[in-house]
Write a protein that binds this ligand. Sequence first.
Ligand code: OOG
Ligand code: NI
Length: 318
Amino acid sequence: VAGSGSDNGSTKSAPQIGESFFRSVLASMEHVYLNRNPTAKAILELVQSNCEERICYDHLAFRTFAVNGYGIDSMAKFFLDFGYTQREELRFPAKKLKALWFSPPGTEKSSSGSGMYGPLPRIFISELLVDQMSPQAQEIIKRYTHGFGGGEYAALASSVGSLTWGTPSSSEFQQLAGESEYAAWTLVNGYALNHVTISAHRLKSHLREINNLNQFIAENGFSLNSEGGVLKVSPDGLLLQSSTVADSRSFHFSDGATAPVPCSYIEFAERLVLPQHTNLPVSEVKEHHRRDGFEVGNADKIFESTSKEQLTKKTVAH
Ligand code: OOG
Ligand code: NI
């Protein structure tokens, strides 16, 4: 597990967390996610039954508030303690967001199972730059993140499916949504898994090509996020991504109001073989021969999978 580098230049210490505990926590996060998001559950079952084989996750994603110890670091700790390595930063100035991604350690018994028991996923964690929000929005966010110390329990909160803070009111949710849909989403979903991403190129059937996978998903009646076109392509042409429109669930606000709020979605990613490896026989191509990392232009549109605009289109389409 050692030897994958360090973010502060010091010698990397042994992981603080054992692999079976780590994977159990991921499986609990997934359990919460599948129970709350019928579309994600149905699609995973559909793809699995079509391929009659395991599903590999390309990455998992979380959202956070960059304030009072609730930012990226709060969720990253669990992954760093297991041996993940911090990689590139991505910036989204218009959305007032910053993100970091983390690559997994090499593990001995990583590759046999499916989902959270398969190859370890990359981790994508973003944070809302709270100090750039209006004073009113900051006040609401700080009301829920001040004095609770909840950031310390990020992974725990995600695996049990609870907010670490109190239940917000519908007017607070509306106020945030008017300024940042990301902020409103995070207020009611907290550290819940925002999405899992199916690694398309690691599927065995024709669905390993993302265009076929997208067509298959659409033919089965699910709506894909159409922001900037269904298929998101990186400038180098090697990272192809698409995602569903988020499900919504009924949320009981503190003022007694009950209203639907967006929850999570599922994503698909196809990573093409890097130019310097295209001469390798297909059977010899490994994950590290493919395009790694994330892409700001793709991510910017994938964030919209939980937006009101995409959710409204979905209702019209059905
Ligand atoms: C994350 C959106 C970005 C990706 O793979 O680039 C993303 C989010 O919606 O929180 O998932
Ligand atoms: Ni993603």
